[in-house]
Design a protein around this ligand. Structure first.
Ligand code: GLY
Length: 359
């Protein structure tokens, strides 16, 4: 296995700084990077044998003489709860793992968030590393140190901030992902580019056909751009007191649409795509901005993402919007897109948002 393209992004957080390695074939770095963390046992957390990456990671670590304890989780957002976290803790404790433990999450966002929460609490914190194998988790959840699980009252309501020691984003692992899942992940890439700058959006426009078809070099460029943008924001605002809230672009309405469909209708990325369309509409109607909506829609459509907001945003979604956790005194802290690289947070009355969206 040879790395064809390779980029290393550093997340600068003083003594908790770490590297995100992005490329095709870069998972070959796993044993070496784990050995930099000491000689503890690896707690390998994943959600199933249907993709080859956990077994491959296990083999590559064991070939260096490392003990690997496997913890297999059930698949799906509905398992993102405390009992699944208990499974992670208990797998380690039942195998007599000690505090030198190195927790490794291999999979998508649910596996990553649960592994990270488990690592942040097991023995009051053990080393954590991530090998994300979905586009969404590469460009968003594996980087930045958010961990957590859901409660009946809502998603990700309990968690910690706990940074990994390294993240390996190997775009070759996306080859076994269903096409629709990979395409849905591109919505977060578009979000990243809109938050970043004109050059990032132009790069996605140039690469759109390759990205839709899963071209490795185009995907490495897109993941690299997204991770660089996120690393910059996390370095500035690790605990989401300001700039990090901008990462919620498209998420307010997107989340309401997802919630209205019981998180089983539209995929998260599809919700984010529709949410960005809604954000442009709110910016125009409520705030008199002139975001380049046509350009955003054209890019989303070329990537195969949905833009037909009116077919998805209904009265049920509207009622979830009202309950949005970011709502304060009748307003929502909304991420307003103006132009690529120019976004801001603004409190927008929820009634005005509903009027702009027609429900
Ligand atoms: N997913 C948004 C964040 O990491 O802040």
């Amino acid at each position: 296995m040879t790395a064809k393209t390779h980029e290393v992004v550093r997340v600068e957080l003083a003594e908790r700084s770490y590297e995100v390695v992005i490329g095709a074939g870069v998972r070959e770095e796993l044993p070496r990077r784990v050995s930099d963390l000491g000689d503890g046992d690896v707690l390998l957390v994943h959600d199933g044998p249907d993709r080859p990456w956990p077994a491959e990671a296990r083999r590559s670590l064991e070939s260096t003489g490392r003990r690997v304890v496997e913890c297999m989780l059930p698949t799906g957002e509905e398992h993102k709860h405390i009992r699944t976290v208990e499974r992670i803790w208990d797998s380690a404790l039942e195998a007599d793992i000690d505090r030198r433990c190195i927790a490794l999450g291999v999979g998508g966002g649910v596996v990553g968030d649960l592994t990270a929460f488990g690592a942040s609490t097991l023995f009051r914190g053990v080393s954590l590393c991530q090998l994300p194998t979905t586009l969404l988790s590469m460009v968003d959840s594996s980087v930045g140190g958010k961990t957590g699980f859901n409660r009946p009252q809502g998603k990700n309501l309990v968690g910690t901030f706990y940074q990994p020691r390294f993240v390996i984003c190997d775009v070759e692992t996306l080859s076994t992902l269903p096409r629709e899942e990979r395409i849905a992940g591109l919505a977060e890439v578009v979000k990243s580019a809109w938050l970043e700058n004109e050059d990032a959006v132009a790069m996605l426009e140039a690469d759109a056909d390759g990205l839709r078809e899963g071209d490795l070099a185009a995907t490495v460029r897109a993941v690299g751009m997204s991770v660089r943008m996120k690393a910059r924001i996390v370095a500035e605002d690790e605990r989401e007191a300001g700039a990090r809230m901008l990462l919620n672009l498209g998420h307010t309405v997107g989340h309401a649409i997802e919630a209205a469909q019981g998180f089983r209708g539209v995929r998260h990325g599809e919700g984010v795509a529709l949410g960005m369309v809604a954000a442009c509409r709110v910016a125009r109607t409520c705030l008199g901005e002139t975001p380049d909506e046509g350009r955003l829609l054209a890019l989303l459509e070329r990537l195969g993402l949905p833009t037909n907001l009116d077919d998805h945003y209904d009265a049920r979604a509207s009622s979830h919007l009202v309950a949005d956790k970011k709502r304060r005194g009748g307003s929502i802290r909304f991420v307003v897109p103006t132009a690529p690289g120019r976004t801001r947070l603004e409190a927008v009355p929820v009634d005005e948002i509903r009027r702009a969206l027609g429900v």
